[in-house]
Design a protein around this ligand. Sequence first.
Ligand SMILES: [Zn+2]
Ligand SMILES: [Zn+2]
Length: 245
Amino acid sequence: MIPYTITDRKIKNMLTPFGYFDLIDAMAEPNCPVCRLLERDASKLLTTILYEYVTEPQTHATFRQSLGLCNVHGWQMAEQGNVMSIAVLYSAVIDEALKQSKNRSHNGQGLRGLFNRVPRSELSNALTPDTPCPVCDKLDENQSRYMSVFAEKMTDDRFMTAFKASDGLCLNHFRQVVALNSTPEFVITQRAKWQHLYDEMQEFIRKYDPTKADSAIGIEGDSWLRAIRQMVGEKGVFGKRSDNE
Ligand SMILES: [Zn+2]
Ligand SMILES: [Zn+2]
């Protein structure tokens, strides 16, 4: 039986998919709401690993399997500041690298190996992680969930009102959503964001021309930066696995 003290929000949380309210909140903030949530999730996850799971055997096993984090998340972890936990965790990673590299044949294919995608020497294979960066792995799962909420809720009035007032999705996340589902209203809304940004850039270009400078540059001044952000998403949100593949 549901206790009387339960709040409206808690009841709604039971009925709505996980991530719905997070996305509504993120759409009130600047930039792609999915990129924003993934940045938040990565930061939370790194904090949780360092402060709560650093002594768990399972965490050590996962870090040994993946030989630590990818480039992006490794540096994000370094910025967290919990240096003792990082030293404990990365002791396991370096220990694994020492184990895996011990007494392995390093006879490769010489220069021919440079042109093969898959490294062939036993040593090289042993140092190739079996599993992806654990933070990337979890973010992939969260991203799929956010994409599903968009696909499912694009006919929901509250969700669409928030989407219309937002900066829209980055190109990559928009493409992923419309691969699952789309409505004319959803596509028109996103295209209006691009059109607005395009118009702002034309205004910026016009004002930037020294021969036609007739007024000060206004809010269109950073339209070029917002255009990059719209097309590539937030820094570090995509392509995190590239160094493990
Ligand atoms: Zn995005
Ligand atoms: Zn990663």
